[in-house]
Design a protein around this ligand. Structure first.
Ligand code: GLN
Length: 452
């Protein structure tokens, strides 16, 4: 009731929820109370949370931020939704996002922009802007998100909360509406690394319904964090944190850089050693991502044809008209831009020159990361080059894409990474990104916890 009251009172200013599922939530909370009284010992039983609206929820609207799915009610739950419910969490509803998770400012949602709770004239980041803003506003302690190129980490940075994207294959993608399947991964938001871990731990694990789910034992994230040494002088002694010059180049806001440098100094005080590493030129990584992600998106989004799901145009003349108008009317500008870019990259005449070339560069980006990790345990960088910018600033698409420069390499390489708040730049939060080796979620969360 506390959280529902807060949402009712304040979300008019933030717009973080697309669907409020409060009646069900109250019923689930009452059941949780009863179960608790009867001896159910699940530690997270009854804890409120909410889902990004690209995770399918049985019986509850799943819009993906799009007009295309304005009336779509999934007949099944995504595996992560199922796992989170089994841990006892209570979902309060579905959170706003950029349409089909394409965007960095949450202004690309059919359901209206989300406002940053630190300054409601500014963007919350995206595409999981609703998740980040809801946690920052105290509407829910934790939320799910998804990250294809930074969509958890960048809004976490803009809203001053913690957010983690796990290793590719760690969390099932079954029931998460696909943007770019080889890059998509669900993860969590919380005020702290520990809160992120509480929600992430039950989400992880093998799922035979997702062909890219990896079958390996999952970590005890929460127990690892609680066992971390936070009392000694140098709890991070022996840990090597890699810093790449390429992450401090042109485009990085001066105030953001100051906060990041101060955070690195604090990590040194905690005993970590800062070492220099090389990573792929971020401009190359950016170009690679913005070929591959739209290529996969153009293929994934072909299923929205007005026949099987969601929006259908009025009075189609024939089948071609049905497809064309349903898609023209159902998709927003940014989604159409991605479909066109992706279709172009995949078309017969350009496939080798663009798509295949980008796949080869992707391989080199992975190798560069693995080489960097021979010299360090974790790589640190700014999460985003700037703090949250003004809503309606109408930046051109290419400058918005530039803002993803520090986060997208991680997805191309399938690595885990988090963003945690480290300071303020002109009154707005700044996040530090920590990138780990494959499967190092526990190490990342524990390190951020020691800092926090
Ligand atoms: N901003 C990036 C994009 O628009 C990343 C989005 C995401 O991670 N879903 O593609």
């Amino acid at each position: 009731e506390h959280f529902i009251g807060r949402i009712d009172k304040l979300d008019g200013q933030i717009n973080s929820f697309i669907t409020r599922d409060f009646d069900n939530a109250i019923a689930h909370a009452k059941t949780a109370d009863k179960l608790r009284a009867d001896g159910d010992a699940r530690p997270l039983l009854g804890v409120p949370m909410a889902h990004k609206d690209n995770l399918c929820t049985k019986g509850v609207l799943t819009t993906c931020g799009s007009k295309m799915l304005h009336n779509f009610v999934s007949p099944y739950n995504a595996t992560v939704v199922e796992n989170i419910a089994s841990a006892g969490f209570v979902s309060l509803g579905k959170l706003n996002m950029d349409e089909f998770a394409m965007g960095s400012d949450n202004e690309k949602s059919y359901y209206g922009a989300v406002h940053n709770p630190w300054d409601t004239t500014r963007v919350p980041g995206g595409s999981s802007g609703g998740s980040a803003a809801a946690v920052a506003s105290g509407f829910i302690p934790v939320a799910t998100g998804s990250d294809t190129g930074g969509s958890i980490r960048q809004p976490a940075s803009f809203c001053g909360v913690t957010g983690i994207k796990p290793t590719y294959g760690r969390v099932s993608r079954y029931g998460m509406i696909a943007y770019a399947s080889s890059l998509d991964q669900a993860g969590t938001f919380g005020k702290t690394a520990l809160d992120c871990a509480y929600l992430l731990e039950p989400m992880t694990g093998y799922d035979n319904k997702d062909a890219t789910s990896i079958n390996r034992p999952t970590d005890s994230l929460v127990a690892d964090i609680l066992a971390a040494d936070t009392t000694s002088d140098k709890p991070l002694a022996g840990k090597k944190i890699g810093v790449a010059k390429a992450y401090f180049g042109a485009g990085l806001d001066g105030e953001v850089e100051k906060s990041i440098r101060a955070a690195l100094a604090k990590y040194e005080e905690l005993g970590a050693q800062i070492v220099e590493v090389d990573i792929t030129d971020p401009a190359i990584t950016l170009a690679t991502y913005y070929l591959l992600a739209p290529a996969e998106a153009s293929s994934n989004l072909s299923r929205f044809d007005g026949v099987r799901f969601g929006y259908r145009c009025e009075n189609p003349k024939d089948l071609a008209d049905l497809y064309t108008r349903s898609r023209s009317e159902g998709f927003g500008e940014e989604v159409k831009r991605r479909i066109i870019m992706g279709t172009y990259a995949l078309s017969a005449g350009y496939f080798d020159a663009y798509y295949i070339k980008a796949q080869k560069v992707r391989r080199l980006i992975v190798e560069d990361f693995l080489k960097a990790f021979e010299k360090c345990d974790i790589i640190a960088s700014p999460t985003a080059p700037t703090p949250a910018y003004k809503l309606g600033e109408s930046l051109d698409p290419a400058s918005i894409y530039l803002g993803d420069v520090y986060t997208i390499g991680v997805n191309l390489a399938g690595l885990p990474a988090l963003s945690h708040p480290v300071g303020m730049a002109n009154g707005l939060p700044v996040g530090l990104q920590l990138i780990g080796k494959h499967w190092a979620e526990s190490e990342l969360l524990t390190t951020a916890h020691v800092y926090q």
